[in-house]
Design a binder for this molecule. Structure first.
Ligand code: GDP
Length: 453
């Protein structure tokens, strides 16, 4: 990345809509724009942040009629001079306009380079920059809300407040140490109080939100498993609201697993139908299918163990090998309730719901139970901020250093050690907003962005 180059990219999905946007950022944004774009109004003055209508031309002639706008630095997304051209959305015309911008002196932007420049110029911190990509990728209302809040700085504000508390504790400790050069007789009660009262509670809140908010941020993976013919595929279709999986009274219809994404109450749900598990696989394909099922069991946030209400058979129970069905991740679904009620008087340490995939009986209750088990709420509502997995790793590191500071105090270690641990906690927390993030990590984060972002 050359920070003084002027970059250009198509910011919209090529050929996918009526309008396409070409973005420019860098010192030559306006000269490049002037080179391609002839405004209808003759004025030489380019009013900032106002759309102008005109014609786009390359060396060979007319390409498009378009709108263009320029944003002088520093009041732009990247903090540099920026311009945008809104032209017609055809893939060919858009590519030609981009080509003309490159011929006029711009260079092709790398993925995420606009946002990276915004980060480098202090327009966004790293958590906000990541939220730009999250917002583009969001597939559910919950993911959109969380990304928008993160972009607005809600996570950064909480992290910065916490950093400030750690920093103040460090400053106070350093002052004590300066005052008492020997390090003996330094009173660490205030540090201990600051940690337990001011640092640990908000840190624990953020860590808890990253766990409880996980399904809102990353969606929920549900795996339907059970013996052959209990109605897994029927239930899969009924929950997905479409006939995707083959349903048949013949056992062993599903060999590969099948997934479909759907949205429930604003949450992204991945439903997975799997090959039936049995004690004695019938053939080689059955063995492979069952192996895949066991892998999906591990990957699922919640396992729907489908059983047949009228069947007393314990075969499915044994075949599933209960150890693979951790109680906190398993919901028993008794299917075919239209034919029979589930057998009574069986002890079970797992939640249960009885449904009929064919008639739809109790399917709403099943969905509510699933959401309640996964989110702990009847009407799912995400926490205000949900740290991502990357943020969670930084928070966990911070927590480790904070605990180490407390341990150093209680075991009577030299106060210098406490200062070192606190400094490390501050550095770990700084990874979230990018204060202490190394270049290679930034490269990795921004390379996941799409072109034009
Ligand atoms: P899978 O092998 O577990 O995926 O089961 P399928 O969904 O293929 O269903 C096996 C058979 O059970 C088919 O004949 C379905 O029509 C039937 N079936 C599935 N669910 C129900 C239900 O709720 N009630 C009734 N009566 N039959 C069902």
């Amino acid at each position: 990345m050359n920070p003084i180059s002027t970059i250009a990219a198509i910011a919209t999905a090529p050929g996918a809509g009526a309008i396409s946007i070409i973005r420019l950022s860098g010192p030559k944004a306006l000269p490049v724009l002037k080179c391609l774009f002839r405004p209808h109004s003759r004025s030489e003055f380019w009013p900032p942040r106002r759309l102008r209508q005109g014609l786009i031309q390359n060396q060979l002639g007319l390409l498009d009629e378009a709108l263009a706008v320029w944003f002088p630095a520093p009041h732009s997304f990247t903090g540099e001079d920026c311009a945008e051209i809104q032209g017609h959305g055809g893939a060919a015309v858009t590519a030609l306009v981009l080509e003309a911008a490159l011929q006029a002196g711009a260079v092709l932007a790398e993925p995420g380079e606009f946002t990276r420049r915004a980060f480098m110029n202090g327009r966004l911190d790293l958590a906000q920059a990541e939220a730009v990509a999250d917002l583009v990728a969001a597939q559910s209302a919950a993911e959109t809300t969380l990304a928008a809040r993160q972009l607005a700085g809600k996570l950064s504000t909480r992290v910065n407040k916490l950093s400030q508390k750690i920093f103040s504790a460090l400053v106070a400790l350093t002052a004590e140490l300066d005052f008492n050069e020997e390090g003996t007789g330094v009173d660490l009660t205030d540090l201990s109080r600051r940690i337990t009262e001011e640092i640990q509670p908000p840190l624990a809140d953020l860590l808890a939100a990253s766990l409880t908010g996980h399904p809102f941020r990353y969606g929920l993976r549900l795996a339907l498993v059970g013996a052959p013919n209990v109605g897994k595929s029927s239930l899969f279709n009924a929950l997905a609201g479409q006939n995707r999986a083959l349903v048949s009274s013949l056992a062993g219809t599903t060999r590969d697993y099948l997934t479909i994404d759907t949205i429930w109450e604003g949450l992204r749900i991945e439903l997975c139908d799997t090959a039936g598990l049995s004690i004695a696989p019938t053939d080689e394909l059955d063995v492979l299918g069952q192996q895949l099922t066991r892998e999906r069991l591990q990957a699922a946030n919640l396992i729907l163990w489908v059983r047949e209400a009228g069947s007393e058979s314990s075969l499915d129970f044994e075949a599933l090998n209960l150890a693979q069905l951790p109680p906190e991740r398993t919901l028993i679904v008794w299917n075919k309730l239209d034919l029979a009620a589930p057998p009574a008087g069986r002890p079970s340490n797992r939640p249960e719901v009885a449904v009929s995939a064919t008639t739809g009986l109790n399917l709403p209750e099943l969905k509510t139970t699933i959401l309640k088990l996964a989110t702990g709420q009847i009407i799912p509502d995400p926490p205000e901020v949900v740290p991502s997995l990357r943020h969670r790793a930084a928070l966990t590191q911070t927590d480790t250093y904070i605990k180490a500071t407390l341990a150093a105090i209680t075991t009577g270690q030299p106060p210098d050690i406490c200062a070192l641990e606190l400094r490390s906690a501050l550095d770990a927390l700084g990874l979230i907003c990018g204060r202490t993030t190394a270049d290679d990590l930034l490269n990795e984060i921004f390379s996941r962005f799409c072109l034009g972002k």
